[in-house]
Design a protein around this ligand. Structure first.
Ligand code: PLP
Length: 398
């Protein structure tokens, strides 16, 4: 069997063995409810609070600003709905055209509830225009939600400058930092952020655990109304083993941060350089911009991203496509579309996302096989010959 080379860490990560070890006793021996009055629950409660401190340390936050949720999507929904609920007279919500569906797909819903939505545009490098942000926010703006780093391209937004603009107008600021946490250093004690979402499964904890960071004093109404858990801000009995797993993962992320930003980034850069040098008409999206250390979004002109993924599958490489196949038609991703990536390139995009578990020889394996994969696909492409000769109609190239 071909060895698996896992380059899809922005989709989900391997649960670290140390995380599994931390969690196991809380399934079979220490299964108490942290809210129980007896000693059996009390000891579990202390462990939950330890985990809260570890997550707070990773974010430079105070432990009581950490609310455990079920996932990144819940944290995003809770921040947005929980803020809008507190400012019912304000009907304007500002976000961007490149958010993850966890935020983006709230927009049609909010429109149906008579909210006015501004989706900020990005340029060819995936970057925002802060003057546009300044010009759209007004007295009616209830909330600005802008992601920290893009899940497809890895492009990092200037979150500090954004937060300063937004907070100078007295407006709450939420950031979806699901892809940033654990990969780059964050520090809520100095960053102008009121709310932040993170998801455990992107940093080597299991799927099904997330966090909403809520700065002290931020107005918020709980999405999950129920018991008194999480100081009344998120009802529901705590998912103890997963919370402890996330605490451990936060500790590991702090320990691995330097490696992520030295070895992993060097591996990613070598991979990109190798692809661009060995395959003509290859574009790295957001190249030269401030990007996550592990993420690469690469377009190969005149091939289908899905076909590349199928060929990669055969050599044991897991990656993901920048395009989503919706209702039988191949639509390029909304992120690349918003960046104005040409049609023929956007269709041939793939995302390669690394982690501290990836090794040099895995990148060598990819670089060895990729040129022939692309060449074979271009041989059967209806566009490649015309593209190469500069004869492709403008409607296709643009
Ligand atoms: N936000 C971003 C930027 C993401 O990349 C993801 C997951 O891919 C999410 C939110 C959703 O997180 P979860 O899968 O934990 O709901």
């Amino acid at each position: 069997m071909t060895k698996t080379v896992y380059f899809d860490n922005n989709a989900t990560t391997r649960v670290a063995p140390e995380v599994v070890e931390e969690m196991l006793p809380y399934f079979h021996d220490l299964y108490g409810n942290p809210s129980s009055m007896h000693f059996f629950g009390g000891q579990v409660n202390r462990k939950v609070e330890d985990a809260r401190e570890k997550v707070a340390a990773l974010l430079g936050a105070k432990p009581d600003e950490i609310i455990f949720t079920s996932c990144g999507t819940e944290s995003d929904n809770a921040s947005i709905m929980g803020t809008l609920d507190r400012y019912p007279e304000k009907r304007h919500f500002v976000t961007t055209r490149v958010e993850h569906p966890a935020v983006w797909n709230l927009c049609p819903y909010l429109r149906s509830k008579d909210y006015r939505i501004t989706e900020l545009s990005v340029d060819r490098n995936g970057q925002l225009d802060l003057e546009e942000l300044k010009s759209v926010i007004g007295d009616d703006t209830a909330l600005v939600s802008i992601m920290y780093a893009n899940n497809e391209t890895g492009v990092i937004f200037p979150v500090d400058a954004i937060g300063e603009i937004v907070k100078a107008r007295g407006i709450p600021f939420h950031t979806d930092a699901v892809q940033a946490v654990g990969k780059i250093p964050l520090d809520m004690s100095r960053q102008p952020i009121d709310m932040l979402s993170l998801s455990g499964h992107k940093l080597h904890a299991p799927k099904g655990i997330g966090v909403l960071y809520l700065r002290r004093g931020t107005k918020f109404s709980p999405l999950m109304k129920g018991g008194h858990q999480e100081k009344g801000r998120r009802g529901g009995t705590e998912n103890v083993p997963y919370i402890l797993g996330l605490g451990k993962a936060a500790e590991l992320a702090m320990a691995n941060m330097e490696e992520e930003n030295t070895r992993v980034v060097a591996l990613r850069d070598r991979m990109e350089k190798g692809l661009v040098e060995s395959i003509p008409s290859t574009i790295v999206n957001g190249e030269g911009m401030s990007r996550l250390p592990n993420t690469s979004s690469v377009c190969f002109e005149c091939v289908e991203g899905e076909s590349i993924l199928m060929m990669l599958d055969e050599i044991g490489v897991c990656a993901s496509s920048g395009s989503a196949c919706t209702s039988g038609s191949l639509e390029p991703s909304h992120v690349l579309r918003a960046m104005g990536v040409p049609f023929t390139a956007a269709h041939g995009s793939i995302r390669l996302s690394l982690s501290v578990y990836n090794k040099d020889e895995e990148v060598d394996h990819l670089l060895k096989h990729m040129p022939s994969i692309i060449e074979n696909l271009r041989d059967i492409s209806p566009f490649w010959k015309d593209f190469k000769e500069g004869k492709l109609p403008a409607a296709f190239a643009g």
